[in-house]
Design a protein around this ligand. Sequence first.
Ligand code: GLU
Length: 586
Amino acid sequence: MTTFRCAMGRRFAALLVGGLFCAGALAAAGHEHLNPEAASGRMARAAAYASHYMASTANPWATRAAADILARGGAAADAAIAAQMVLNLVEPQSSGIGGGAFIVAFDPRDGGVLTYDGRETAPAAARAGRFLRAGEPMDFHEAVNSGRSVGVPGVLRALWRLHQAQGRLPWAELFQPAIHLARAGFPVSPRLHALLAGDRDLPRQAAAARYFYGPDGRPWPVGHVLRNPALADTLARIAREGPDAFYEGPIARDIVAAVAAHPVPGDLSLEDLRDYRALERAPVCMPYRVYRLCGAPPPSSGPLAVLQILGILAHTPIARAAPESPQAAHWFAEAGRLAYADRDAYVADPAFVEVPVAGMLDPAYLAARAALIRPGRSMGRAEAGVPPAAPPRPGAGRGLEPPSTTQVSIIDAWGGAVSMTSSIEGAFGSKLLVRGFLLNNQLTDFSFLAQDARGRPIANRVEAGKRPRSSMAPMLALRDGRVALAIGSPGGSAIINYVAQTLVGVFDWGLGLQQAIDLPHVGSRNQATELEAGTPAEALAGPLRALGHEVRVGEFPSGLQGVQRLPDGRLLGAADPRREGLALGG
Ligand code: GLU
């Protein structure tokens, strides 16, 4: 028997197998999240503490599966796989085997950090005009809800590589919690219910309508026990046969058929699936104070932009400013503008464009960028800089990224760690449900336009076989050869600001991880300065306007999940109060 402390602050003595732990937390969290996108009404989370291992995910069932695996001697890699499969079931709007992921993993045996790129690829048939109509970008919503948005899923091959490198328990064992829960059923959560109720497109897809809605066409209510035998069968097969059972054979054929059968068909082929490769890449890293921060490199723009923000802020007095002060918001937003300007211009799939990663993190370059910030006046919009060794500047491409996605952060008993951000892109992805899982709409993360107004090619334009640029920012902070922090978040392009703000909170302001996650969100994506509605950040609007900021108040439903190693060696797990997450350790 092991004692866990739920993020809700209750103590439970729970049997490792079959126990119903944190049920109280589950139920309590439920009623606070009836409007899942509302920042107001969020429930305060207490951090969880443990001595050996800790997992934090966006859903209590997934966290429990991860904690069980860790308790059985599994590595962080094993626990991440178990959590991902359960998330596919219980948080189907956000991630799953029909989508992609970026994984950052620390191997305690050699102290190395590796990343696994399971980002979706564009089919071989994809062409530049994919999301254009008469030369103009098509309506985003129309692009999402079509077969054209579906990229080749990458999650399973990325997790397979991770498991081959760092797994301790057998692959098949890691699928059992999800298979059991899919057969037994899980209670529909308030967040899932609200997203089902608010979705106009999901019920229009026959397979999804049959699964997610009752015979009367209404979304299953909160607490309804939803079973997914089709997913259980799919996962059982992948458990037995490995990921090839997904990328070839009947599952692959059904994926291709579903994409082709959409009223606006896509062009994903059997060959695209068979040929998909998850890539092992060196992380992008930067020293910051006493830490070394590492994250997934391009095609994600996330960690690179987070590191730029921190590298720029190191030249400002933000560490001495009060966390929720107008001065702190000013410095943070201005650094954000500069980082997002570079991101928009330079970052895309490195197999297709030259991304000047080293130049973008060059200390002299970051110092020069920081010098553009004026203490008393906003710069408005930042221009991309010219980092050392930058290629001729491409056109800037922006994309809409409505929030979905999920974060898994784990530290295991050997000091191994995984930070994984996983996504099917928008809520419920393309809405195409195949054998119990949803297919992504990740290709709408490409720039719809191929060139900018001046005719310069946009780095993140659609090309065959290319990976769309991401904002996902799974990160690890290392200190003295050990993982000090695992962090990440969903939230579309705002992920960068969420993660950067949390790191500033912990490393510059000395806040506890939970407090840092709880901070009202502020930041700029090189447009208006954004303030989180329903929080004290709203009061910053006046002072920031006085500094020349254009201000926008809105919902910022981050889903930060983190695990921190405290100076005394204990592990602290934290979960974002804006979603349904939970941290558990042992
Ligand atoms: N598709 C987005 C990305 O890869 C993530 C979407 C989200 O976080 O909701 O950056």
